[in-house]
Design a protein around this ligand. Sequence first.
Ligand SMILES: C[S@@+](CC[C@H](N)C(=O)[O-])C[C@H]1O[C@@H](n2cnc3c(N)ncnc32)[C@H](O)[C@@H]1O
Length: 227
Amino acid sequence: MNNLDLYAKAEHLLGIEEATEALYDLYRSELDDKNVTTLLDVGCGRGGFMQRLISDGVQCKGVDLSAVMIDECREQGLDAECKDVTEVDGKYDAIVAIFDVLNFLDKDSLVKFLEAIAQKLNDDGIFIADINTRYGFSDVAEGTMSSENDKEFLSVDAEFINDELHTKFTLFLKNEDENYTKYQDTIIQYFHAIKTFQKLSGLKLVEKQTFSLYDTEDKTLLIFKKR
Ligand SMILES: C[S@@+](CC[C@H](N)C(=O)[O-])C[C@H]1O[C@@H](n2cnc3c(N)ncnc32)[C@H](O)[C@@H]1O
């Protein structure tokens, strides 16, 4: 299991459902009056946002680098593939990267990722993403937590050093023989300053809104148009 698949296995134990719903509402309200008929969800996870947009009549495609996430999307009948955004065919009216997806990329990968997004947008297309503020990393995300049920035990230990959040996930899953298998891996999230998004050749940052998801000003919503 790679680190993104471990995250996928652990996500339901993190208690982020309410925050996820709040983010979906925010993205949906931004897309509401944009006349979007096709949408690409990059880092689509288990496909919750696509489900909502499909019910609004939008044609949706999702990609994610976790095969576990993509399997869950496909089980729901969603059009989803485990591939990098650079390998996606076609062009879209809107592209979204919801809930920290850009923070999973280091600086070099981020710029390549954003240039690929620009190429997949229709001429009037819009790209919306969110990032954690430095406060969101240092005061909200840093720390430890644990969570368990009859079959699973998760501990999470996150430390923010030099603008990187290192989150160690330790997951114990109960087997049929009642023994537990232990899975452990680390995910690094990278803080990105707004200026990184202001000098892209393919995308123009047209709006940024810092808002409170868990705590005061822990996130920024970024809205781009194709240049
Ligand atoms: C916090 S989850 C959010 C999932 C989903 N967008 C949601 O809101 O429920 C971040 C997702 O980004 C995916 N991811 C991380 N880096 C990625 C990349 N370079 N390309 C595509 N997906 C990526 C992870 O596998 C994970 O599913």
